[in-house]
Design a protein around this ligand. Sequence first.
Ligand code: PLP
Length: 422
Amino acid sequence: MKKGTECVHAGYNPANGEPRQMPVYQSTTFKYDSSDAMAKLFDLEASGYFYTRLQNPTNDLVAARIAALEGGVGACLTSSGQAANFFACFNICEAGDHMITTSNIYGGTYNLFGWTLRKMGIDVTFIDMEADDATLEAAFKPNTKLVFGETLTNPGVRILDIERLAKAAHAHGVPLIVDNTFPTPVNCRPIEFGADIVTHSTTKYMDGQGVAVGGVVVDSGKFDWMAHADKFPGLCTPDASYHGLVYAEKFGSAAYITKLVTHLMRDLGSIQAPQNAFYLGLGLQTLHIRMQQHCANALAVAKFLESCPEVAWIDYPGLESDPMHARMRKYMPGGSCGVMAFGLKGDRARAERFMDALKLVTIETHVADCHSCILHPASHTHRQLSDEQLREAGVRPDLMRLSIGLEDAEDLIADLRQALKA
Ligand SMILES: *Cc1c(COP(=O)(O)O)cnc(C)c1O
């Protein structure tokens, strides 16, 4: 099926007399007739529901829809995008291991990798997303377990050369994990370009209305864990906490996502609430239409800003003048997303006066939903980062992140025009 049809239907196919809309299974637990039936579930001998921390039917329906959209074999919803990125890495990386990440990533992910994973004993190397071949090669160590990047960076909106990173990762026998939050699978399907695991903050476009924080991890099912069994003992050697089961043998191409659910969710418990999963499912049903409108609105606004003498610079891959335009044509030909980055001529106080003068576009620590909003990362989301870390993360100190929603573009442009005058 095409993407629009999948947004509306994938993962849920009601039988005769069943609800047309995916229902919410607002239940912590599930009932069984025999002790033996329940025991089989605990041994992973049979599949079924027993406790919502591990699995819930609403979550599974929504996860199946996202897996279909990304072209993966399975997915797991998490309580937030942060939890998704943590689980995606921690599922195959533990104390004593090493991972490589591009430094051009969301501030929260930068902190997670740079501070928290390091505290847990995971060695992390940050490299620029455009690092030359020699730098990229030199970043790999014998204990490297994965490479991580963002397909469209937040807040810089730069596009990752997914194929290049996938090739480098695979040459070293490790998977590429990408955060595909900004383009969504409607605009970019990283698995087609070699990514092995895809994550999202579903809080953004997938929800789209700004109602529920959430995340998801999608498994492409394509990485051959057994071919690199020495690197991934968690997947390729017996798991004592499940009576010696070997994930890669028992679950084949779904080994990674099964371990993430049965091991990490069991022990760390960052499940998405079924009610939030229900909201997410509603959001997905219009994702394909909304992404088109976000891109069309954002392109109109970007063209307007590009023409303003007050604007020092603007980054939006949809602009033909943008250095990322050619890469956009390859990886996300339908458009990037509604987010752009720009700076004003003049000092920081001028940028603050501009933001304060906006009436329709609001100042928010959020991005990528139907309401247009603006943020100055250096004083908001990225304020824990030093100037040097800011530069590493590709965030210029004067960068303003403008997220264009679903209002009429003419009204948005009028608001920006009056604020620039003010
Ligand atoms: C927002 C965001 C996250 C974190 O997601 P939360 O749902 O806020 O935890 C991770 N990655 C990207 C690209 C994001 O934009």
